[in-house]
Design a protein around this ligand. Structure first.
Ligand SMILES: [Fe+2]
Ligand SMILES: [Fe+2]
Length: 543
């Protein structure tokens, strides 16, 4: 569409008017009318030139004579109307009839002027049509600008949407990558714990339970995801550096002496040192380092006090203590939840544990027992390995006999099958080993001791093979004394004792060994410790 050259508010530009008339005088007459209007006037002498100039210069208004050679005004008007719908065309003619005017309007003319002209009418009509065109042009320009702004906005929106989509895609990718990374980290931690389980199953199980307990407590406390993850992973590995503790201490099924305790107390600092050197969340390192601290400063390794103990270790130390109380250990029986809570509350009232955390633990364990969880790695191999280690611990390395303390371990671990009718303990004492030692040397004495043990072992194996009722007979050694645990019924026991007496006679014939056999029967609920004490003190000889 032709843009308006027409007067703007500042009057700098002006409208272009085409006057088409074959009569020179008329053209000049009309042109003179607009002299003081600052219009730009162009002139055409016939219809074809009018069309040509319009196409070339696109005037803002056309004053068109009807009677012209070549093409009359109607034809030119109709043609220009089709090509330039926005240019107003005013027809002028000496044909002052309604028919001529109607025909002109039908051809698309905006107005009709009869000759001779009324100059005021022409000026008013031209001015009105130019106003209309200017407004129309303005509207079109504005709508064009609006359309352009809309297109621009749409484009910007598309761009922004595209950027947002890329951002979301990147975020999704990052989230997936993080998920994979988190999974890998958890897997690595779990793998480390599983390795630990092959070394010390109790510590492994303990870590897994402390992990679950701590995370549950963190959830009740409304902690954020990072803290919850740190509790889960930190709880899992808080004792991981126990892998560095020697077997003699780590697997010791008895009460620790001071030296054992000193060695065991190294594990928090050792673990923290390993993890602090790596890209591990400091929250996890704090858990490892501080889980044996106590709020009154009595803990280790740093003896931290009060607020110097971080939040997460406060949680883990409560979960850690609780698990240690309620779990079964080779050296202790498991305590009930209520008793554990009583002890923890006592610790809190003394200022060692955080009382708030103790109450959160009470809430968490009210309807959930962390010991009942069955997702721990406790396959046959792990259990067998654990069993083997325990046996190894209790086997005397040179004689290959179980130390008598293994009896206590088996009993406290619930591994001894004690029937309702009770159990029997036998003591076989070698009485004249000192004499033999003096006469024939300690190598001979050791040989006699080994031979004695070996023969006793064979008797027990034979008894197990021949027994009509399945029963257990286990041989232990305590220095130069042998002990036998038996859960055989009296009929089987009699046969066993008779065979043992026979072995002692053979040993006497072969080695000049004088050995005595003492045995006592105990009720099923009779304390093993007490029974052993009484047997060793008992001088009564049973034949
Ligand atoms: Fe620990
Ligand atoms: Fe622990």
């Amino acid at each position: 569409m032709p843009e308006l050259n027409y007067p703007t508010a500042d009057g700098v530009s002006s409208a272009c008017i085409l006057i088409a008339d074959d009569d020179y005088i008329n053209r000049e007459l009309l042109a003179n009318l607009f002299l003081d209007k600052k219009y730009h006037i162009i002139q055409a002498v016939d219809g074809p030139e009018a069309v040509q100039l319009t196409r070339k210069q696109q005037p803002d208004l056309v004053l068109l004579d009807i009677m012209m050679p070549g093409m009359d005004g109607y034809e030119v008007c109709a043609l220009l109307r089709r090509e330039f719908s926005d240019i107003p065309i005013i027809l002028q003619s000496s044909l002052s009839s309604n028919e001529a005017e109607i025909k002109g309007l039908a051809a698309g003319a905006a107005g009709f002027i009869s000759k001779p002209f009324d100059s005021r009418l022409i000026l008013a009509l031209v001015s009105a049509q130019l106003e209309i065109k200017r407004d129309r042009d303005l509207l079109r320009r504005q709508s064009g600008e609006l359309a352009w702004a809309n297109r621009k906005l749409k484009h910007e929106l598309q761009e922004r949407r595209h950027v947002e989509e890329e951002l979301w895609a990147a975020k999704r990718e990052t989230a997936v990558a993080n998920q994979v990374k988190d999974g890998m980290i958890k897997d690595l931690f779990a793998a480390m714990c599983e390795l630990l389980s092959n070394r010390d199953f109790y510590t492994f199980e303990h870590g897994m339970r402390v992990s679950s307990l701590s995370r549950h407590m963190g959830e009740v406390l409304g902690l954020d995801r990072r803290q919850l993850d740190a509790l889960e992973l930190g709880g899992m590995i808080h004792d991981i550096s126990k892998v560095a503790i020697p077997d003699d201490v780590l697997l010791k099924p008895g009460i620790f002496d001071n030296q054992d305790r000193e060695i065991m107390r190294l594990h928090p600092a050792m673990g923290a040192k390993i993890f602090s050197r790596r890209q591990c969340d400091p929250l996890i390192t704090d858990i490892i380092h501080q889980h044996h601290e106590r709020l009154d400063g009595s803990g280790y390794p740093q003896g931290l006090r009060g607020d110097n103990v971080s939040l997460l270790p406060r949680i883990v130390m409560v979960a850690d203590t609780y698990e240690a109380i309620v779990a079964r250990r080779p050296y202790k029986k498991p305590q009930k939840r209520q008793e554990a809570l009583r002890l923890l509350r006592c610790e809190a009232s003394c200022g060692r544990l955080d009382s708030k955390m103790v109450e959160v633990l009470a809430q968490v364990t009210e309807n959930w027992n962390p010991l009942a969880a069955s997702h721990f790695v406790s396959d046959k191999n792990t259990r067998a390995l654990e069993s083997f280690r325990r046996k190894t611990y209790f086997k005397e390395p040179l004689s290959d006999f179980y130390n008598y303390r293994y009896l206590f371990f088996l009993n406290s671990s619930g591994l001894l099958d004690i029937p309702d009718q009770g159990y029997t303990l036998c003591k076989i004492s070698c009485c004249n080993l000192d004499e033999i030692n003096e006469d024939e040397g300690y190598l001979k004495t050791d040989q006699i001791l080994d031979d004695t043990g070996s023969k006793l072992h064979d008797v027990l194996e034979d008894a197990a093979d021949c027994a009509e009722i399945s029963c257990i007979n286990i041989l232990f050694r305590k220095g130069v004394t042998y002990l036998i645990y038996s859960n055989c019924p009296s009929s089987e026991l009699k046969i066993l004792l008779a065979r043992l007496e026979q072995v002692l006679l053979e040993l006497n014939r072969e080695w000049r060994l004088r050995a005595s056999l003492r045995q006592r029967h105990f009720a099923a609920d009779y304390s093993m410790e007490r029974a052993l004490y009484e047997l060793l003190a008992d001088s009564k000889r049973i034949d």
